[in-house]
Write a protein that binds this ligand. Sequence first.
Ligand SMILES: [Zn+2]
Length: 207
Amino acid sequence: MAALNERSLEENPNARPYVVFWVAPWQKTISEYKAFVTQEAAKRYFSRHKKKPPPVTPTLRRDFQQNLVYLWEEKFIDAHSPNDMTEEQMERIVQRVSDDFNMEAPGIAYKKPNPRHKYAASTYDPTPHAILMKRKKLTWVLHEVGHGVDHKINENQWSDHGPSFVRTIIRLADRYQVWQDPEKLEEEAKKMGILVADDDALPPLPS
Ligand SMILES: [Zn+2]
């Protein structure tokens, strides 16, 4: 806030910055805001923009249930998941899921995690559609390729681990981790307060 107005504040040390911000009902932190030097300018901007909806770009939305989704995966999906896959096996599963969903397969690389880091997070990057694995666990390969499916095929409009992503993960667990019970997964997620998109809210599963 101060940085935005630094110059104006230097010119007018008595000026007090005013801030107009937007929060959606599920947000707990303010990430969308604009600062003004005078209250009049802030009020003017506010009345001009108050009827507009919040930004729709998913990346601008807070990832409101990320930690809960991690916990749910750890509790209910991770348990029987193979965790010593070879790089070739990880590549093969990414290729298989991508083929099934008529999606161009994301690139996949494996990097040994730094032993000093407590959490070695694998990642999916939509640009350039690539996965970086740090753990050789089937659940996590499906998690990352799930981001790809949710992004490219399901056109997720929520945050990265939002309702559409959870539905995607349930579908992938059902399809590629056959020991999973999708109805139980959904039930347990909802019990934990996780929002899950309805099955018919997503494009139908490829046959
Ligand atoms: Zn994720």
